[in-house]
Design a protein. Structure first.
Length: 289
Protein backbone atom coordinates (compact mmCIF):
# COMPACT_ATOMS: atom_id res chain seq x y z
CA UNK A 1 0.00 0.00 0.00
CA UNK A 2 2.87 2.37 0.82
CA UNK A 3 4.58 1.86 -2.55
CA UNK A 4 1.49 1.74 -4.75
CA UNK A 5 1.26 4.57 -7.28
CA UNK A 6 -1.63 2.69 -8.85
CA UNK A 7 -4.65 1.13 -7.16
CA UNK A 8 -3.52 -1.84 -5.09
CA UNK A 9 -6.97 -3.44 -5.41
CA UNK A 10 -6.65 -3.61 -9.19
CA UNK A 11 -3.09 -4.93 -9.03
CA UNK A 12 -4.38 -7.79 -6.87
CA UNK A 13 -7.69 -8.43 -8.66
CA UNK A 14 -6.40 -8.83 -12.22
CA UNK A 15 -3.76 -11.51 -11.41
CA UNK A 16 -6.34 -13.34 -9.30
CA UNK A 17 -8.69 -13.43 -12.29
CA UNK A 18 -5.85 -14.72 -14.46
CA UNK A 19 -5.22 -17.53 -11.97
CA UNK A 20 -8.93 -18.39 -11.97
CA UNK A 21 -8.85 -18.54 -15.76
CA UNK A 22 -5.96 -21.01 -15.98
CA UNK A 23 -6.49 -23.04 -12.77
CA UNK A 24 -10.27 -23.00 -12.32
CA UNK A 25 -12.73 -21.48 -9.86
CA UNK A 26 -13.37 -24.41 -7.53
CA UNK A 27 -14.33 -24.49 -4.69
CA UNK A 28 -17.09 -21.93 -4.14
CA UNK A 29 -14.84 -19.59 -2.16
CA UNK A 30 -12.60 -19.06 -5.19
CA UNK A 31 -15.62 -18.30 -7.36
CA UNK A 32 -16.94 -15.72 -4.90
CA UNK A 33 -13.59 -13.91 -4.69
CA UNK A 34 -13.34 -14.12 -8.48
CA UNK A 35 -16.69 -12.34 -8.82
CA UNK A 36 -15.53 -9.68 -6.35
CA UNK A 37 -12.35 -9.24 -8.41
CA UNK A 38 -14.46 -8.72 -11.55
CA UNK A 39 -16.36 -5.98 -9.76
CA UNK A 40 -13.11 -4.29 -8.72
CA UNK A 41 -11.65 -4.42 -12.23
CA UNK A 42 -14.76 -3.15 -14.00
CA UNK A 43 -15.57 -0.42 -11.49
CA UNK A 44 -15.01 3.12 -12.65
CA UNK A 45 -17.24 6.15 -13.03
CA UNK A 46 -17.12 7.56 -16.59
CA UNK A 47 -15.24 9.34 -17.94
CA UNK A 48 -12.40 6.98 -17.08
CA UNK A 49 -9.02 8.65 -17.02
CA UNK A 50 -5.72 7.48 -18.48
CA UNK A 51 -4.59 5.62 -15.37
CA UNK A 52 -7.83 3.62 -15.24
CA UNK A 53 -6.77 1.91 -18.46
CA UNK A 54 -3.06 1.83 -17.61
CA UNK A 55 -3.70 0.08 -14.29
CA UNK A 56 -5.75 -2.64 -15.92
CA UNK A 57 -3.42 -3.00 -18.88
CA UNK A 58 -0.43 -3.41 -16.58
CA UNK A 59 -2.40 -5.84 -14.46
CA UNK A 60 -3.14 -7.96 -17.52
CA UNK A 61 0.55 -8.06 -18.47
CA UNK A 62 1.75 -8.98 -14.97
CA UNK A 63 -1.15 -11.30 -14.15
CA UNK A 64 -1.00 -13.03 -17.51
CA UNK A 65 2.73 -13.66 -17.22
CA UNK A 66 2.36 -14.95 -13.66
CA UNK A 67 -0.52 -17.27 -14.60
CA UNK A 68 1.44 -18.61 -17.57
CA UNK A 69 4.53 -19.27 -15.44
CA UNK A 70 2.39 -20.90 -12.75
CA UNK A 71 0.85 -23.17 -15.37
CA UNK A 72 4.17 -24.10 -17.01
CA UNK A 73 6.35 -24.21 -13.86
CA UNK A 74 4.05 -25.10 -10.95
CA UNK A 75 6.93 -26.22 -8.72
CA UNK A 76 8.91 -22.99 -9.07
CA UNK A 77 9.21 -20.77 -5.99
CA UNK A 78 6.85 -17.82 -5.81
CA UNK A 79 9.57 -15.14 -5.75
CA UNK A 80 11.12 -16.42 -8.98
CA UNK A 81 7.79 -16.47 -10.80
CA UNK A 82 6.84 -13.03 -9.49
CA UNK A 83 10.17 -11.47 -10.50
CA UNK A 84 10.02 -13.04 -13.96
CA UNK A 85 6.43 -11.83 -14.39
CA UNK A 86 7.28 -8.24 -13.48
CA UNK A 87 10.31 -8.32 -15.78
CA UNK A 88 8.33 -9.71 -18.70
CA UNK A 89 5.52 -7.19 -18.18
CA UNK A 90 8.03 -4.33 -18.01
CA UNK A 91 9.66 -5.43 -21.27
CA UNK A 92 6.32 -5.66 -23.10
CA UNK A 93 5.14 -2.34 -21.66
CA UNK A 94 8.38 -0.62 -22.69
CA UNK A 95 8.00 -1.97 -26.22
CA UNK A 96 4.39 -0.79 -26.47
CA UNK A 97 5.26 2.67 -25.15
CA UNK A 98 8.20 2.94 -27.55
CA UNK A 99 6.02 2.09 -30.54
CA UNK A 100 3.48 4.78 -29.70
CA UNK A 101 5.01 8.25 -29.70
CA UNK A 102 4.08 10.45 -26.75
CA UNK A 103 2.43 7.67 -24.74
CA UNK A 104 5.14 7.62 -22.08
CA UNK A 105 4.74 11.34 -21.44
CA UNK A 106 0.99 10.91 -21.07
CA UNK A 107 1.39 8.10 -18.52
CA UNK A 108 4.03 10.01 -16.57
CA UNK A 109 1.84 13.12 -16.43
CA UNK A 110 -1.15 11.09 -15.21
CA UNK A 111 0.95 9.47 -12.48
CA UNK A 112 2.30 12.84 -11.36
CA UNK A 113 -1.23 14.24 -11.16
CA UNK A 114 -2.41 11.33 -9.01
CA UNK A 115 0.56 11.62 -6.64
CA UNK A 116 0.06 15.39 -6.40
CA UNK A 117 -3.63 14.98 -5.64
CA UNK A 118 -2.97 12.41 -2.94
CA UNK A 119 -0.33 14.50 -1.18
CA UNK A 120 -2.43 17.63 -1.69
CA UNK A 121 -5.28 15.96 0.16
CA UNK A 122 -2.89 15.08 2.98
CA UNK A 123 -1.76 18.72 3.19
CA UNK A 124 -5.37 19.91 3.35
CA UNK A 125 -6.05 17.47 6.18
CA UNK A 126 -3.02 18.77 8.10
CA UNK A 127 -4.15 22.34 7.53
CA UNK A 128 -7.59 21.47 8.88
CA UNK A 129 -6.04 19.89 11.99
CA UNK A 130 -4.13 23.13 12.56
CA UNK A 131 -7.37 25.09 12.49
CA UNK A 132 -6.83 26.50 9.02
CA UNK A 133 -3.39 27.94 9.76
CA UNK A 134 -0.80 28.01 7.01
CA UNK A 135 1.57 25.07 6.95
CA UNK A 136 5.33 25.61 7.43
CA UNK A 137 7.04 26.41 4.10
CA UNK A 138 9.60 23.67 4.74
CA UNK A 139 6.83 21.06 4.92
CA UNK A 140 5.19 22.27 1.71
CA UNK A 141 8.57 22.26 -0.04
CA UNK A 142 9.26 18.72 1.18
CA UNK A 143 5.90 17.55 -0.18
CA UNK A 144 6.64 19.01 -3.61
CA UNK A 145 10.05 17.31 -3.57
CA UNK A 146 8.35 14.04 -2.66
CA UNK A 147 6.02 14.39 -5.65
CA UNK A 148 8.98 14.92 -7.96
CA UNK A 149 10.91 11.98 -6.53
CA UNK A 150 7.98 9.55 -6.60
CA UNK A 151 7.22 10.54 -10.19
CA UNK A 152 10.81 9.79 -11.24
CA UNK A 153 10.93 6.37 -9.57
CA UNK A 154 7.31 5.30 -10.06
CA UNK A 155 8.31 2.40 -12.38
CA UNK A 156 10.34 0.89 -9.52
CA UNK A 157 7.53 1.52 -7.03
CA UNK A 158 5.09 -0.08 -9.46
CA UNK A 159 7.33 -3.13 -9.77
CA UNK A 160 7.60 -3.50 -5.99
CA UNK A 161 3.86 -3.09 -5.43
CA UNK A 162 3.13 -5.50 -8.30
CA UNK A 163 5.23 -8.22 -6.64
CA UNK A 164 3.40 -7.59 -3.37
CA UNK A 165 0.04 -7.76 -5.16
CA UNK A 166 1.02 -11.03 -6.85
CA UNK A 167 1.89 -12.41 -3.44
CA UNK A 168 -1.54 -11.53 -2.06
CA UNK A 169 -3.37 -12.90 -5.12
CA UNK A 170 -1.41 -16.18 -5.11
CA UNK A 171 -1.70 -16.67 -1.33
CA UNK A 172 -5.48 -16.09 -1.40
CA UNK A 173 -5.95 -18.42 -4.36
CA UNK A 174 -3.91 -21.24 -2.78
CA UNK A 175 -5.61 -20.73 0.57
CA UNK A 176 -9.12 -20.92 -0.89
CA UNK A 177 -8.45 -23.69 -3.42
CA UNK A 178 -6.39 -26.10 -1.31
CA UNK A 179 -6.60 -24.80 2.24
CA UNK A 180 -2.81 -24.36 2.45
CA UNK A 181 -1.34 -21.22 3.99
CA UNK A 182 2.10 -21.81 2.39
CA UNK A 183 1.40 -20.28 -1.02
CA UNK A 184 4.10 -17.65 -0.54
CA UNK A 185 6.17 -19.35 2.14
CA UNK A 186 7.81 -17.93 5.27
CA UNK A 187 9.88 -14.76 5.10
CA UNK A 188 12.97 -16.59 6.35
CA UNK A 189 13.10 -18.54 3.06
CA UNK A 190 12.82 -15.52 0.77
CA UNK A 191 15.54 -15.47 -1.88
CA UNK A 192 16.01 -14.88 -5.60
CA UNK A 193 18.60 -15.47 -8.31
CA UNK A 194 22.03 -14.29 -7.14
CA UNK A 195 22.92 -13.04 -10.62
CA UNK A 196 20.38 -10.21 -10.22
CA UNK A 197 23.04 -8.40 -8.18
CA UNK A 198 24.39 -7.23 -11.54
CA UNK A 199 21.14 -5.31 -12.10
CA UNK A 200 21.85 -3.41 -8.88
CA UNK A 201 25.48 -2.81 -9.87
CA UNK A 202 24.47 -1.58 -13.34
CA UNK A 203 21.92 0.74 -11.75
CA UNK A 204 24.54 2.19 -9.41
CA UNK A 205 26.91 2.78 -12.34
CA UNK A 206 24.22 4.60 -14.31
CA UNK A 207 23.23 6.60 -11.23
CA UNK A 208 26.70 7.91 -10.30
CA UNK A 209 28.08 8.36 -13.82
CA UNK A 210 27.26 11.60 -15.68
CA UNK A 211 25.15 10.02 -18.40
CA UNK A 212 22.10 11.50 -20.04
CA UNK A 213 19.16 12.17 -17.74
CA UNK A 214 17.14 9.21 -19.05
CA UNK A 215 19.97 6.77 -18.21
CA UNK A 216 20.36 8.25 -14.73
CA UNK A 217 16.65 7.73 -14.20
CA UNK A 218 16.89 4.12 -15.37
CA UNK A 219 19.71 3.60 -12.89
CA UNK A 220 17.71 5.17 -10.05
CA UNK A 221 14.75 2.89 -10.72
CA UNK A 222 16.99 -0.18 -10.88
CA UNK A 223 18.60 0.74 -7.54
CA UNK A 224 15.26 1.37 -5.83
CA UNK A 225 13.67 -1.85 -7.11
CA UNK A 226 16.62 -4.13 -6.37
CA UNK A 227 17.37 -2.28 -3.13
CA UNK A 228 13.88 -3.10 -1.86
CA UNK A 229 14.32 -6.77 -2.79
CA UNK A 230 17.70 -6.98 -1.08
CA UNK A 231 16.30 -5.27 2.02
CA UNK A 232 13.62 -7.97 2.14
CA UNK A 233 16.30 -10.62 1.63
CA UNK A 234 18.29 -9.12 4.48
CA UNK A 235 15.20 -9.31 6.69
CA UNK A 236 14.89 -12.97 5.71
CA UNK A 237 18.48 -13.63 6.80
CA UNK A 238 17.86 -11.91 10.14
CA UNK A 239 14.71 -13.96 10.69
CA UNK A 240 16.63 -17.16 9.86
CA UNK A 241 19.53 -16.43 12.22
CA UNK A 242 17.38 -15.16 15.08
CA UNK A 243 14.72 -17.85 14.80
CA UNK A 244 11.99 -15.19 14.57
CA UNK A 245 11.11 -11.95 16.31
CA UNK A 246 9.44 -11.54 19.67
CA UNK A 247 6.65 -9.04 20.26
CA UNK A 248 9.27 -6.60 21.56
CA UNK A 249 11.31 -7.20 18.40
CA UNK A 250 8.35 -6.35 16.19
CA UNK A 251 7.71 -3.19 18.22
CA UNK A 252 11.32 -2.10 17.80
CA UNK A 253 11.17 -2.90 14.07
CA UNK A 254 8.09 -0.72 13.59
CA UNK A 255 9.75 2.01 15.66
CA UNK A 256 12.85 1.87 13.46
CA UNK A 257 10.86 1.93 10.21
CA UNK A 258 8.89 4.97 11.40
CA UNK A 259 11.71 7.05 12.88
CA UNK A 260 14.91 5.67 11.29
CA UNK A 261 13.86 4.15 7.97
CA UNK A 262 17.08 4.95 6.04
CA UNK A 263 19.23 3.27 8.71
CA UNK A 264 17.01 0.18 9.04
CA UNK A 265 16.47 -0.33 5.31
CA UNK A 266 20.12 0.31 4.41
CA UNK A 267 21.28 -2.16 7.05
CA UNK A 268 18.86 -4.83 5.80
CA UNK A 269 19.92 -4.16 2.20
CA UNK A 270 23.62 -4.58 3.04
CA UNK A 271 22.87 -7.89 4.76
CA UNK A 272 20.82 -9.02 1.76
CA UNK A 273 23.58 -8.15 -0.70
CA UNK A 274 26.14 -9.95 1.47
CA UNK A 275 23.96 -13.04 1.46
CA UNK A 276 24.52 -13.24 -2.31
CA UNK A 277 28.06 -14.47 -1.65
CA UNK A 278 27.91 -15.79 1.93
CA UNK A 279 24.59 -17.67 1.64
CA UNK A 280 24.44 -18.13 5.39
CA UNK A 281 21.11 -19.94 5.19
CA UNK A 282 22.52 -22.81 3.12
CA UNK A 283 25.72 -23.49 5.05
CA UNK A 284 24.12 -24.59 8.34
CA UNK A 285 22.25 -27.31 6.46
CA UNK A 286 25.49 -28.77 5.05
CA UNK A 287 27.66 -28.36 8.16
CA UNK A 288 27.74 -31.27 10.65
CA UNK A 289 26.59 -30.42 14.16
Amino acid sequence: MATAVMQASVLMAVPFLALCLVRGTRPVGVLLVCLAAVAVVTYGVPPRDTLWYVERGWGVLVGGAFAALTLSRPQAHFSGRALASVGAAAAVAALLLALRSGSWGTVEWAVEQRISQGLGTALEALRALRGGEALPPALVSAVHETVRTQTEIFPALLGISSMAALGVAWWVYVRLSSGSDQGVGPLRDFRFNDHLVWVLIAGLVLLVTPWEEILVRVGANAVVFMGALYALRGAAVIMFLSGGLSIFGYVMLVFGLVFLPPLVLTGAMVIGIGDTWLDVRRKPRSTPA
